[in-house]
Ligand binder design. Structure first.
Ligand code: GLP
Length: 275
């Protein structure tokens, strides 16, 4: 007989809970809703920033774009305004940027980061790093090598936050990305371009390429928080946390990270297993 329990307003049977745990190859946190997950991650980041402040050190943050982390940024901005959380000792490195794309384009990740975080906190603009979508092609390779070097110069990423694309990409590491990949220029998967079409008006307007941190760059972070909300991510999330590690689902590489946590809501984790 299975015991029925309430989880996030959704009823999950004891048997189903056991089944979920049995197949998980990385730690997950099933949140009541995206707000709960965002609060948890934002509080962890705030604590880490304050601890580093006490030691007079930088906190090196790897940042993501997309809808998934927006609530984390909202909470960090709130903490800055209402609780005096300072970002003066934060150095940030964003995961990726479309290529080519002007920084002032509506869809650029530079614009996104300013809109949701940087314009509302006291981070030193000199400490903000985002892959440059405006570079001439002959300068991209050197830029990417320097990006990884800069991360190392600051002692590596302390915390990396991630979303997941429907292809299983993290950053823009599409299927076929190697574990040893570093920051580089990549070709976007067709599914990713279809998903991005809503931001660019139509698919033809979506750039074919992007600059992304590599899998190795991401895996070198000391702590990784990945998040996915909603039933449209359920299938790829199931592959990421239950599937064999494979280049075809780059997020599966995270199974090999010693300090990763996957934040999910019941819509995202329940449905893929119930059918
Ligand atoms: C883009 C970003 C990824 C992000 C993904 C998911 O492809 N490059 O880093 O994880 O979108 O976006 P969303 O959170 O909106 O589902």
């Amino acid at each position: 007989m299975s015991i029925r329990i309430q989880e996030g307003g959704h009823e999950i049977s004891g048997a189903l809970k056991y089944m979920l745990k049995k197949f998980e190859k990385m730690p997950i946190k099933l949140c009541v809703d995206p707000e709960e997950g965002a609060l948890h991650i934002a509080r962890y980041i705030a604590l880490a920033i304050r601890q580093k402040q006490q030691d007079n050190q930088y906190l090196v943050l790897g940042l993501a774009t997309g809808s998934s982390p927006i609530k984390v940024y909202n909470e960090l901005v709130r903490m800055h305004r209402e609780e005096g959380l300072s970002f003066k000792n934060v150095v940030s490195f964003n995961l990726d940027e479309y290529y080519p794309l002007k920084a002032d384009a509506q869809q650029s990740y530079v614009r996104f980061m300013h809109e949701y975080l940087f314009d509302h906190v006291d981070i030193d603009p000199a400490n903000v790093h985002i892959p440059d979508g405006e570079l001439p092609i002959e300068k991209v390779e050197q830029f990417c090598a320097d990006y990884d070097k800069k991360i190392q110069f600051f002692g590596g990423l302390d915390i990396q936050i991630l979303g997941i694309g429907r292809t299983g990409h993290i950053g823009f590491n599409e299927p076929g990305s190697w574990l040893s990949s570093k920051t580089r220029l990549v070709k976007l998967d067709h599914v990713t371009r279809v998903d991005a079409a809503k931001d660019f008006g139509k698919e033809e307007n979506v750039p074919y390429r992007a600059i992304t941190m590599g899998i190795q760059t991401i895996m070198s972070a000391k702590q990784i928080f990945i998040m996915a909300w909603g039933s449209h991510k359920a299938e790829i999330v199931r592959e990421a946390i239950e599937g064999e590690v494979s280049e075809m689902v780059p997020a599966t590489f995270l199974q090999g990270h010693a300090n990763v946590k996957f934040y999910l809501d019941p819509r995202c984790r329940g449905r893929a297993n119930s059918g």
